[in-house]
Design a binder for this molecule. Structure first.
Ligand code: GUN
Ligand code: ZN
Length: 451
């Protein structure tokens, strides 16, 4: 039992990020028992009632752990490969590195870097694009389990259009996916989801036959509670190729939808160039689009039509899309999401600071069906949190000192915060930043004690 003392900011209500309401609790306290928040109130009130240990996080801000709904594990070493559009970038940058994950030793090193990259940025929950090799997916889940993050991931499958070492067959894809799901898919138990879950993951229709997508549907059906993720409508060249590869499909979304894999458990990344029909289908099926703003800018995929998604009622969350995206920090993604809409002028969907916080927390939890457990700091939720405590002379510390309101403080966090400002990260009350990836502060102690 621990009482966590600090200033807590979250966006606990609403299905959509747009119009989110910021909740502010100053000199407040959360009582955490076995990783779950059991009481919330003012510090004076809770400390008067309980004599528990105190985790003092007063200096700085406490936010819910961040939720990244689209990030590629094998691409951690190719972040920053700028200058190419999607298909050329895949050929020249991403896929050669992904082929190296055939080596389990290589995969192990990459998995360590990947999982610590997430944790050090304050990401506690993620929907992760795994690898094309089952052995590398095992290695990812082993590392996730060791560190204690919440990760939904799966074997990435393709049976055409990619280099030969990355290809599989529909039968092998089914068998290996089921075997991985048996090892790692922890079914949802009442009130509490498992930390690792399985995601059926065809890379994209550009690299998939109808038979492969059919085998994906079979895995989805045979693994209750599994999720579905893929890419859609990312670049114009990709979309034109998919239209040629699937001459009888109505559009890109239909290449998936006609195999029954689109629904409330699906997260499709990008959707930069959707048609109205596709938006209607995604909204009708309750699917989520993972918006990946730095990736869309880096590859020149185009500006994300957020307003169209919102008007159609399509759920939207945020993804870092490492390694086309330029880093793990969801604060940077939130800021880039804001920039993108600003640059669209009248066609843009304005995003307020609270909307950005919702996008990187509750929107992601909703997308992954984990909103009963994470995404905000209400009673009944797990204590998944990050503590932002910038060093005294950093631009963020100065900006926060002069913020006139909590909303302004959130804006300044998105403008300036990065992994160096993350002083502690917890999942269900357990610290998940190791000795080596905890930022050093010369004047303070570390705050990663277990509540
Ligand atoms: N489409 C298919 N594979 C990928 C990938 O690795 N990154 C991005 N951004 N888009 C993809
Ligand atoms: Zn991606």
């Amino acid at each position: 039992m621990t009482i966590v003392r600090g200033t807590f900011l979250d966006t606990p209500t609403g299905e959509s990020a747009v119009g989110a309401e910021l909740r502010v609790a100053t000199d407040a306290a959360l009582r955490v028992v076995e990783g779950t928040i059991v009481e919330r109130g003012s510090w004076a009130e809770l400390s008067g009632r309980h004599a528990d240990d105190v985790l003092d996080l007063r200096e700085g801000l406490v936010l819910p752990g961040l939720v990244d709904t689209h990030v590629h594990y094998p691409q951690v070493r190719v972040i920053g490969g700028l200058g190419l559009p999607l298909l050329e970038w895949l050929d020249a940058v991403a896929l050669p590195e992904e082929a190296r994950l055939a080596s389990t030793d290589h995969a192990r090193a990459v998995a360590t870097e990947f999982v610590s990259g997430l944790a050090a940025s304050g990401t506690t929950t993620a929907l992760v694009f795994g690898a094309h090799f089952a052995s590398a997916v095992d290695v990812l889940f082993e590392e996730v389990e060791r560190v204690g993050l919440r990760v939904t991931a799966g074997l990435v499958v393709s049976d055409r259009g990619l280099p030969e070492p990355l290809l599989t067959t529909p039968e092998r894809a089914y068998d290996e996916s089921i075997a991985l799901a048996r090892r790692w898919h922890r079914p949802v138990s009442p009130g509490r989801a498992g930390r690792t879950r399985y995601a059926v993951t065809p890379r994209f229709s550009y690299g998939a036959s109808d038979e492969l997508l059919e085998s994906c549907q079979a895995v989805l059906k045979d693994v209750p509670g599994s999720r579905f993720t893929s890419h859609v409508n990312e670049s114009q060249a990709e979309i034109a190729s998919v239209a040629t590869l699937f001459p009888d499909a109505i559009d890109y979304v239909d290449t998936y939808d006609r195999h029954g894999v689109i629904g409330p458990s699906s997260v499709l990344a990008h959707d930069v160039h959707p048609t109205d029909r596709e938006l209607r289908v995604l909204a009708g099926q309750g699917a989520t689009v993972a918006h990946c703003p730095t990736s869309n800018a880096a590859l020149g995929s185009g500006p994300f039509p957020l307003g169209d998604h919102v008007r159609h009622g399509v759920r939207v969350s945020l993804g870092s899309d490492v390694g086309a995206g330029t880093g793990f920090s969801l604060f940077k993604e939130g800021l880039q999401a804001y920039f993108t809409q600003q640059l669209l002028g009248d066609a843009g969907q304005p995003l307020a600071p609270a909307d950005l916080l919702h996008l990187v927390t509750r929107s992601g939890a909703l997308a992954l069906g984990l909103d009963g457990e994470v995404g905000d700091l209400s009673v009944g939720k797990a204590f998944d949190a990050l503590w932002l405590r910038p060093s005294a002379t950093s631009p963020l510390a100065l900006a926060l000192r002069h913020a006139g309101s909590a909303t302004e403080a959130v804006a300044r966090v998105f403008a300036l915060a990065g992994p160096a400002d993350v002083a502690g990260v917890w999942v269900a009350g357990h610290p998940v930043m190791g000795e080596h990836d905890t930022p050093e502060h010369d004047t303070h102690e570390r705050g990663t004690r277990r509540p």
